[in-house]
Design a protein around this ligand. Structure first.
Ligand SMILES: Cc1cc2nc3c(=O)[nH]c(=O)nc-3n(C[C@H](O)[C@H](O)[C@H](O)COP(=O)(O)OP(=O)(O)OC[C@H]3O[C@@H](n4cnc5c(N)ncnc54)[C@H](O)[C@@H]3O)c2cc1C
Ligand code: SF4
Length: 328
């Protein structure tokens, strides 16, 4: 590992200044992703700004929303009574991620900002436009079975790996950010970027901007929810593909509202708004779920090794919706 400076500010502004004024500095929270990347030489910050002394661990149950601090641990959030009662989909997605040990270290802010798991990104002997812009994309003509089927570019076909983020985009969450120019709110759907010509830039955050919290608004999705994750073994593996599904179903089994998002298919958590709209007013039946899945997959395009996602995608959507509908 390269040598680096390490600071532990206790004031938020000092942490922001330390990163904003030094292009070689970066925040560290749980370190479960960043330290791995540093060990492999993929990221080489010269200064680590440890934010663990900042008071950002609270989960506030406000009227109309939950405000979850950026330093709340993944395990704490998943086990929180208010989260389980008001946003059970978020708890399910968190518990589907990583292992119990990792969830005890990983933070909410770090989870949403973790880097892609594309193996070429981690292998510094291979070309990768995300790690080193202009070097090419090893995955385009290489082994691309984990890669995107939506929203990719000829510069990068990587997928975003966070399970939690798939639930947050479905739930219309908002990210609270503090930076050198002050505070701002970012709708969760606008936090992550598609790769375009700049795959090195994962998010719309500006240099020095610190995520302080995520707000999850109350909705009718407290009963009929499911997070379906398909992976190569039963635990401790990233998603090949995942679906977050939430339904509001009336007494006649008709769908009043729906939320649907996919993971493992794009450079960002992939919200399926056209499929959601198609579900509203329909009976909560397998036929309705099939129609929504067909709509959701429109525009999907596979590479040499990930054509299985074109079939796995609709099947997982249908399964997630069926399970959500049957959960009382
Ligand atoms: C073996 C293994 C399996 C895993 N499996 C899964 C899985 O199945 N699903 C899943 O979702 N995840 C999985 N993970 C990833 C894990 O969830 C992430 O590593 C973790 O959530 C990152 O959180 P952290 O607090 O440790 O972030 P860190 O490693 O500390 O930071 C990650 C990035 O976020 C930035 N950052 C952190 N906090 C902030 C903030 N508040 N504001 C601005 N920038 C910030 C850092 O600068 C860094 O760039 C796995 C990890 C491992 C090692
Ligand atoms: S898909 Fe993206 S992250 Fe993977 S090698 Fe290509 S440019 Fe790098």
């Amino acid at each position: 590992m390269n040598q680096f400076q390490y600071v532990r500010p206790t004031k938020q502004q000092a942490a922001i200044d330390a990163v904003a004024k030094d292009a070689t500095a970066t925040f560290i929270a749980g370190g479960t992703n960043l330290v791995d990347l540093m060990k492999r030489g993929v990221m080489t910050p010269q200064k680590l700004v440890d934010i663990n002394r900042l008071p950002l661990t609270r989960i506030d149950a406000d009227p109309g929303k939950l405000r979850i601090g950026a330093l709340a641990l993944n395990s704490t959030v998943a086990d929180d009574k208010q989260v389980r009662a008001r946003q059970p989909l978020l708890a399910l997605a968190l518990n589907a991620g990583a292992s119990a040990q990792l969830r005890n270290m990983a933070t909410v802010g770090g989870n949403m900002l973790q880097r892609t798991r594309c193996s070429y990104f981690y292998d510094t002997t291979m070309p990768c436009n995300k790690r080193e812009p202009g070097t090419g994309c090893g995955a385009l003509e290489g082994i691309n079975r984990m890669h995107a089927i939506f929203g990719f570019s000829d510069k990068c076909i990587a997928v975003h790996p966070s399970d939690m983020s798939v639930a947050l985009v479905a739930l219309d969450a908002t990210v609270q950010v503090s930076g050198p120019k002050g505070n701002r709110s970012i709708p969760f759907a606008e936090l992550h970027r598609l790769p375009g010509d700049m795959p090195q830039k994962d998010t719309t955050l500006e240099p020095g901007e610190l995520i302080t919290a995520v707000d999850v608004p109350d909705g009718p999705f407290t009963k009929h929810v499911h997070y379906q994750k398909v992976r190569e073994r039963a635990s401790y593996a990233f998603a090949l593909l995942s679906v977050a599904a939430a339904l509001d179903i009336d007494g006649n089994n008709n769908i009043k509202a729906a939320r649907l998002a996919m993971g493992g298919v794009a450079h960002k958590p992939w919200r399926l708004t056209a499929a959601e709209q198609a579900l509203v007013g329909k009976p909560a039946t397998e036929e309705s779920f099939r129609q929504a899945a067909t709509i959701a997959m429109q525009g999907a395009k596979a590479f040499k090794h990930n054509a299985y996602k074109l079939k796995l995608g609709p099947n997982t959507i249908i399964q997630a919706l069926k399970t959500a509908a049957s959960v009382a």
